[in-house]
Write a protein that binds this ligand. Structure first.
Ligand code: AMP
Ligand code: FE
Ligand code: FE
Ligand code: ZN
Length: 288
């Protein structure tokens, strides 16, 4: 049976693997399709596409946008977006700038707590446009200022801890629209993790295309509930491991195996959307 992992991160956001390393693992595990979903970024897609092609794996370009709806944080996966789309790139660049400024603020807070972390060390370690809290945590470990990542989050970086800085986010409705105008499909990521069930109807109204039913942090019962919700709202079903590489021991790739039929449905919907957008809205006028 063919299967896929549609939720993966590389070092172009807060994963530790390069696209080539990630595809190497995917190939060894027998995946027929892989998607790259780095946070607020599509920077790694060209390299991941090339590595997948060389390995005979179907590649789904994507991203994971951090958004909000009525103060609830929602992660939206944008699949099959045009990674060259100008508005898409300029909008996500704004959120990458927000992330970079937030690194400065988090380091300033740490310094205010007499934790002598240098901001340059975080940017050197992150080495991408879309840095986040995991990079600050890894830089703290590397500088010997905390023992491990858990300590970094528990003492400083978790929500409401002293070095936590809230992140300006786009609204979930804008995120759906942004993904659509770049030709992509919008899928709610791990609803069981963010507890965002209540928001599903409003997002369906706004054009949400799917929900991530299978995820490392979803129990079997949770996955079944989301399959039923997907069925009720006629949504695509997706799933993935949310692998961030070696940041926490064994990599998660291989722990979620999405049946390939769902990839076929995703590709079919993207294809029909594209052909719809290519049909002129009004019939061409015949010259007199
Ligand atoms: P950010 O987007 O900068 O707010 O960082 C969020 C990312 O941090 C998530 O995608 C996870 O990869 C990671 N993360 C969140 N909480 C923890 C935690 N308690 N321990 C380790 N990593 C975490
Ligand atoms: Fe992450
Ligand atoms: Fe997420
Ligand atoms: Zn993720």
């Amino acid at each position: 049976m063919k299967f896929a992992d549609l939720h993966l991160h590389t070092h172009f956001s807060d994963g530790t693997f390069s696209p080539e390393e990630l595809v190497g693992h995917g190939h060894r595990l027998g995946f027929a399709a892989l998607a790259l979903t780095d946070h607020d970024s599509v920077e790694g897609c060209p390299r991941m596409a090339a590595a997948c092609e060389a390995a005979g794996i179907v590649f789904i370009p994507g991203t994971e946008l951090t958004a909000e709806y009525n103060d609830t944080e929602i992660h939206l996966l944008g699949y099959l977006v045009d990674t060259q789309n100008k508005k898409f790139l300029s909008d996500i660049a704004k959120f990458q700038a927000v992330r970079q400024n937030r690194i400065h603020e988090m380091v300033a807070r740490l310094n205010g707590l007499n934790v002598p972390l240098k901001v340059e060390s975080v940017f050197a370690l992150a080495n991408c446009q879309s840095p986040g809290r995991p990079h600050v945590a890894r830089a703290l470990v590397k500088a010997g200022l905390v023992a491990n990542l858990d300590e970094a989050f528990e003492r400083f970086l978790k929500k409401s801890r002293p070095a936590w800085v809230p992140k300006a986010k786009m609204s979930a409705l804008e995120a759906v629209e942004l993904i659509h105008q770049a030709g992509g499909l919008a899928v709610m990521a791990h609803p069981g993790l963010n507890r965002t069930d209540d928001v599903i109807p409003a997002l369906v109204e706004a054009g949400l295309d799917g929900i991530e039913c299978f995820h490392t942090k979803h129990s079997t019962v949770a996955s079944e509930r989301y399959l039923e919700i997907a069925d009720r709202f006629h949504l695509l079903v997706t799933g993935g491991s949310d692998c961030h590489g070696l940041s926490k021991g064994k990599p998660l790739i291989g722990t979620v195996k999405l049946p390939y039929e769902h990839v076929e449905k995703l590709l079919a919907k993207a294809g029909s959307q594209k052909s719809k957008s290519e049909i002129p809205h009004s019939a061409p006028r015949t010259p007199r």
